[in-house]
Design a protein around this ligand. Structure first.
Ligand code: FEO
Length: 404
């Protein structure tokens, strides 16, 4: 790929990773990009590095604009490996560059790179540097989503470089939101934003909410948001801000997601009547079988809908491993404002349903207890009970949704 100009003298010099399918356990069927940005000014300035595997692509892009040796400043907005492991390779060409990052960024990055060899400057919110015609203003965004994180705002161009925030794991030829929507769809882009938020940022919703409010109050004007993954926002900034505002408030549609796994199809047989019962209340249902679907996709769907029912057989006195894995992942992301219930089959002890409620209790979800379970295989009568359980859950879901 070639550099892409965002605004006069500001270039995307990153790389597209078409092939990545596992991003630290988060499945990324659409790949991703590692974005970084070069500003050509009196002091050429690079904002962010990229993943080590792609640093040569980024250096080639930089070289098409200037000799990398001429980079005077490097801003590190976030030290996670997908953005900072390429830094040393860039510093090989520009060891004289001034590096700017937060205090926590310096502390963290020094575990990976011997920073004593370089000119490192720590910055905090409100600090700025002049690079010629432009002023770069730093805004710390701790826990959005790492302690070191910050944004860089290019004042004269009204461009906000937002590291992971507003990003998407989406490899594409298009670099801008309007291009992507024209060639694909807004729905696909929105889905990618929700997917990213649900799997990476959900846990930090309160922090993100207060940071967005703080930035709005500061009165800075933003004409472009350039994240470190996916497309750059220049036409639909209001749309992505609204999406974020809904997500930080855990807004959801009236609907239910049934997530399950099964051993010998007994738990699976319970799914259909439960779903039909919920649907009979006029509520749409999504069904996700964990062994056939990445858990990151399940998380995204849960983020969209108010109701969640999880199904698991009992195996060796425990929740089935794929379901336990999913619940552990979900618990770490701390979802809010969801009505939860559980179901499953068992052979003798039958702990899974009770144990799944314990997960939900720890997550402080609203509980629809006691769920439903069947011995070995559901009989006709028990399948009818599953249907009735679905109806009862649907009614409770409507009440809960109206209350939230
Ligand atoms: Fe894209 Fe938090 O790294």
């Amino acid at each position: 790929m070639n550099p892409v100009e965002l605004k006069n003298g500001i270039y995307w010099v990153g790389a597209v990773d078409w092939a990545i399918r596992d991003f630290h356990g988060y499945e990324t069927p659409r790949g991703t990009t590692y974005n970084n940005y070069l500003i050509l000014d009196n002091e050429p300035t690079l904002i962010d590095a990229v993943h080590f595997d792609f640093v040569h692509t980024s250096l080639e892009n930089i070289s098409r604009l200037i000799e990398p040796q001429k980079i005077k400043n490097i801003i590190i907005n976030h030290i996670e490996n997908d953005h900072a492991t390429g830094l040393e390779q860039i510093l090989y060409y520009a060891p004289q560059a001034n590096i700017y990052m937060t205090e926590k960024g310096k502390k963290g990055l020094s575990k990976f790179i011997d920073l004593s060899k370089y000119k490192v400057h720590t910055v905090k919110t409100g600090d700025s540097i002049s690079i010629g015609k432009r002023t770069l203003i730093f805004i710390e965004t701790p826990m959005m989503h790492w302690p070191d994180s910050m944004f860089t705002y290019i004042k004269e161009d009204k461009v906000l470089i937002s590291q992971d925030a507003f990003g998407q794991h989406l490899a594409s030829v298009e670099r801008f939101d309007d291009e992507f929507i024209k060639n694909h769809s807004m729905d696909l882009l929105e889905d990618a934003v929700i997917d990213y938020y649900a799997n990476i940022l959900m846990l930090y919703s309160n922090v993100i909410k207060s940071k967005i409010e703080e930035i709005k109050k500061s009165g800075i004007e933003v004409e472009m948001i350039a994240p470190d993954h996916g497309v750059i926002w220049r036409s639909h900034i209001d749309k992505v801000l609204k999406l974020y505002s809904d997500m930080v408030d855990a807004k959801a549609k009236l609907g239910a997601v049934i997530v399950y796994d099964t051993m010998w199809h007994s738990t699976e047989q319970m799914v259909y009547p439960i779903a039909k019962g919920i649907e009979s209340e006029g509520i749409p249902v999504k069904i996700i079988k964990l062994r056939a679907t990445p858990k990151s996709v399940a998380i995204k769907e849960i983020w969209k809908y108010r109701g969640l029912i999880v199904g698991s057989p009992t195996l060796n006195n425990n929740i089935f491993p794929s379901v336990a894995d999913f619940l552990t992942y979900l618990k770490g992301l701390r979802p809010k404002n969801r009505l939860f219930s559980a179901f499953g089959s068992y052979g003798w002890s039958g702990e899974a349903v009770k144990d799944m409620f314990e997960y939900a209790r720890a997550m402080k979800l609203e509980l629809f207890e006691p769920g439903i379970r069947v011995l070995y295989k559901p009989s006709e009568e028990e399948l009818n009970k599953c249907y009735e359980f679905g109806i009862a859950f649907g009614k409770a879901l409507k009440d809960y949704h109206a209350k939230i």
